[in-house]
Design a protein. Structure first.
Length: 266
């Protein structure tokens, strides 16, 4: 899609009036608009926010911090922009017109987009945050918020995303996966994996120490966007576990009952 057909803000008709938006106003730093916040590293940020006042502020504040900002005013437009462009970080409001923020994130993840995402939402209960993170978000900030905290979190996501993307070797304890040579070793011992097993292990190692759900595996390892109602994941996890744990004292691939799987060295 040719991005030149959009205005810089990419807003279209997606912005309702502040009253219609009915979204809790973020508490922002008054000084952020007048004092440039120093950060070593210019970022390209996509903000998907339907509250005009909040979006205007974020565009101005991120801009004065030295970053390039694009703003979309609804979920569907934001998804199209994110899917066709390259951004360092995306800031996505959860409650959006035309397409919900979590649906936007899940859709991007299903298409292989790994850009770090920070979710903004007035919904701040534990279950709300867990739902957002499991939908593919990397961080979750509840409203009201201070801009300096938002900026700090975005900077962390950018550093984390850049470093992780550049990695060619993943390690978890004595387990090592080399993406370039397509090899796997544990305690120096070579382990032979089938292509799907390698892809499964790579995904688990990228998320080492985190719970990986069945849905995440189906979408990112098998490219299924539905549950085929088979035991394909269980079979492959069992085979992979046998190969990376056989002959070793300590288990490394753990089943988290009712949640999914976790690769953890100890």
């Amino acid at each position: 899609m040719d991005l030149s057909v959009f205005s810089f803000r990419f807003r279209g008709s997606g912005f309702p009036s502040p009253a219609a938006a009915n979204i809790q106003r973020p508490t922002l730093l008054d000084s952020a608009a007048s004092e440039k916040i120093a950060y070593n590293g210019r970022m390209k940020i996509l903000v998907i926010e339907d509250d005009r006042e909040a979006a205007d502020y974020l565009e101005r504040a991120f801009g004065e911090a030295g970053h390039t900002v694009h703003v979309a005013g609804d979920g569907e437009t934001g998804f199209l922009i994110a899917d066709s462009g390259e951004y360092d970080v995306m800031v996505i409001d959860r409650m959006l017109p035309r397409r919900d923020g979590l649906s936007v994130i899940a859709g991007l993840r299903s298409r292989g987009n790994t850009t770090p995402v920070l979710i903004l939402s007035a919904l701040g209960e534990v279950d709300d945050r867990v739902t957002g993170l499991r939908a593919g978000g990397d961080d979750y900030l509840t409203k009201p918020y201070a801009f300096n905290e938002l900026l700090a979190r975005v900077e962390v996501l950018n550093r984390r995303g850049s470093a992780r993307e550049a990695e060619t070797v993943y390690r978890a304890g004595d387990l090592e996966l080399d993406r370039l040579s397509h090899s796997v070793k544990r305690a120096g011992r070579e382990i032979t994996l089938q292509p799907r097993e390698f892809r499964l292990l790579e995904y688990l190692m990228r998320h080492a120490g985190q719970v990986v759900t069945r849905t995440m595996l189906l979408e990112n390892v098998w490219d299924y966007h539905f549950d085929p109602q088979t035991n394909v994941i269980d079979v492959h996890v069992s085979r992979l576990r046998g190969k990376i744990e056989k002959g070793f004292d300590k288990p490394i691939l753990h089943t988290i009952r009712g949640a999914g799987y976790m690769l953890r060295a100890n």
